[in-house]
Design a protein around this ligand. Structure first.
Ligand SMILES: [Fe+2]
Length: 210
């Protein structure tokens, strides 16, 4: 497959060694993500990586842990049965969501072992990925992944890609995402909330001018 280039959100974030390390993970993760059916997980993950690079505090943790977790957070979809991914039943959707979390380590460990990461680092990344759904963790790294996942949903390319995948009216999708972030799963960090507001306003403008 033709693997698109990742945007890490802040241009000064990474050394060239960091970028090479992350692109190595991306080259392995992207083909797995391309097998997801529910939506375009390659585009989605690119948004989560950019969102993570935008909101994460500037320290060593970004390149070693947070960006790898962002790149790999949805690879578990690769192993979720197609029939289950496509189902519109609420029980099936819930089951598929649980399975993509449960299956994630089966993909993450081999990829990161091949890249040469020590097991304790892989354990940490897999642990962050496991906490990105159905949890309100107190660990800031886990909170950052949940925030990045939610923030990416209102980025331009990601939002309009989801409108197509879900075959839904853009105003309905935007309204749902704003409501979810106000009521169901609020952001942990003020920076995520601020960026979400700015991006949601832009999407509203695009919808109004259509
Ligand atoms: Fe995600």
């Amino acid at each position: 497959m033709n693997i698109p280039k990742l945007d890490f959100g802040r241009t000064t974030l990474l050394t060239s060694k960091d970028a090479a390390f992350l692109n190595g993970i991306w080259r392995e993760a992207a083909p797995c993500l391309a097998r997801g059916i529910r939506k375009d997980f390659v585009v989605h993950t690119m948004g989560v990586v950019k969102a993570m690079g935008t909101i994460a505090p500037l320290n060593q943790n970004i390149a070693s842990t947070l960006l790898p977790a962002a790149i790999l957070h949805d690879v578990g979809w690769f192993l979720v049965e197609g029939k289950l991914q496509k189902s519109n039943s609420k029980t099936d959707m819930e089951m598929a969501l649980h399975l993509h979390i449960a299956y994630a380590p089966n993909i993450i460990y081999p990829i990161l072992h091949r890249i040469g990461l020590p097991t304790h680092s892989i354990d940490r990344i897999a642990d962050i990925v496991r906490a990105h759904k159905f949890q309100r963790p107190s660990d800031p790294d886990k909170q950052l992944l949940i925030d990045a996942d939610g923030l990416s949903d209102v980025f331009k390319e990601q939002f309009w890609s989801d409108v197509t995948s879900y075959n839904v009216l853009p105003a309905v999708l935007l309204d749902k995402r704003v409501t979810d972030k106000q009521e169901e799963e609020p952001f942990f960090f003020a920076i995520s909330r601020r960026r979400f507001k700015i991006e949601a306003a832009k999407r509203l403008g695009e919808i109004a001018s259509r």
